[in-house]
Design a protein around this ligand. Structure first.
Ligand code: DPM
Length: 320
């Protein structure tokens, strides 16, 4: 336990969605356990990303639409830290803010959730033309690559809305993050955990990132208590890979990481939207060289043609 002489209330900014609130209150509880004498207060707000529900996510791009309002609060000092799903946090943060801490990751995999009429089916056995809902270009491209006979349809809204649309018959199956369903207490809806051979997860998926002011030593020290070093090293490598490819959170880029015997292995892929081209490779090295490993893997994939695949996608998104 760390005892601090300061007594000011620490203000945590959060989005208002059910998942965001579950995550923020989890962080608050962890901090409260470590610092029983400090006061923590949660302040919620909607972000632009929560309000724009009719535009394809790919058009919104990587402008931090789910994070900006929270960041403004920290910069004008009406909040001290913000809790994000790390995968929604852009790899380049606004001047004056830093990723202060990464908490322990849940299962980062994607999950298939099916309509009740397909309870006995998996990805390998769903029929030709089955309607699969996702608005993630990463999921779309990889599933198209492996299952070109499905019909893919855009789906928006929060997790509950998506599950309702599935249950009402608009889709035969939808793809969601395992971690989100678990945190919402809906693990029973996970029908199949999709293996990394089929779908590499998004950068940062399953982990929470805590953003705070650069140089705010009090907050930076405080949140160290809930940092998970292994998750931090893995996600630093993933984020450095994505940053180097200049991919926002909405491009078909997927990753997988593991640390074994003090060796970090980072696998990454870039795919075309039609799922016809897919380049993939892995690099390994020391966890302390995480960011360099991300850059190395990005270089390798560029040699395999990732630059051309991405340039074409940016042009397509621009046109759509
Ligand atoms: C981002 C993506 C999605 C979210 C893109 C991706 C999924 C969008 C979709 C960057 N943010 O994954 O390729 O499927 O239409 C989001 C979820 C979580 C954080 C929900 C989900 C919860 C899991 C976590 C939305 N952001 O992916 O099912 O903490 O990783």
């Amino acid at each position: 336990m760390t005892v601090s002489s300061s007594t000011r209330t620490i203000r945590i900014a959060s989005r208002k969605s059910q998942l965001a609130l579950v995550q923020t209150h989890w962080v608050r509880e962890q901090l409260q356990k470590h610092y029983p004498n400090r006061q923590f207060e949660v302040d919620t707000m909607s972000t632009q990303g929560d309000k724009i529900l009719d535009v394809a996510l790919s058009k919104i791009g990587d402008k931090g639409l789910f994070t900006k309002e929270l960041e403004v609060k920290m910069l004008d000092r009406t909040a001290d830290l913000a809790v994000h799903s790390l995968k929604d946090l852009p790899t380049n943060l606004p001047e004056g803010l830093v990723l202060g801490c990464v908490t322990e990751r849940e299962d980062p995999a994607d999950a298939l959730v099916v309509h009740s009429k397909y309870q006995d089916k998996q990805l390998d056995t769903l029929p030709e033309g089955a309607v699969i809902g996702t608005s993630s270009l990463r999921r779309l491209a990889q599933l198209r690559y492996h299952y070109p006979h499905f019909t893919f349809k855009d789906i928006r809204g929060n997790v509950n809305t998506r599950l309702r649309k599935l249950d009402e018959g608009e889709f035969d199956g939808i793809i969601l993050a395992v971690a989100g369903l678990q945190r919402l207490g809906m693990s029973d809806r996970i029908h199949q955990v999709i293996p990394p051979e089929i779908s590499l997860h998004a950068v940062g998926q399953g982990a929470l990132g805590i953003e705070c002011r650069e140089g705010d030593t009090e907050i930076l020290e405080l949140i160290k208590a809930i940092e998970h070093p292994e998750t931090r090293d893995r996600t630093l490598a993933e984020r450095s890979f994505l940053r180097s490819l200049e991919g926002g959170c909405q491009v078909p880029i997927g990753v997988n990481t593991k640390i074994e015997a003090d060796t970090l292995t980072l696998t990454g892929m870039v795919a075309s939207l039609d799922g016809k081209q897919l380049v993939k490779d892995s690099v390994s090295g020391k966890p302390s060289d995480a960011e360099k490993l991300g850059l190395d893997l990005a270089d390798r994939l560029r040699e395999l043609g990732a630059g051309e695949i991405l340039a074409k996608i940016f042009a397509e998104i621009e046109r759509s």
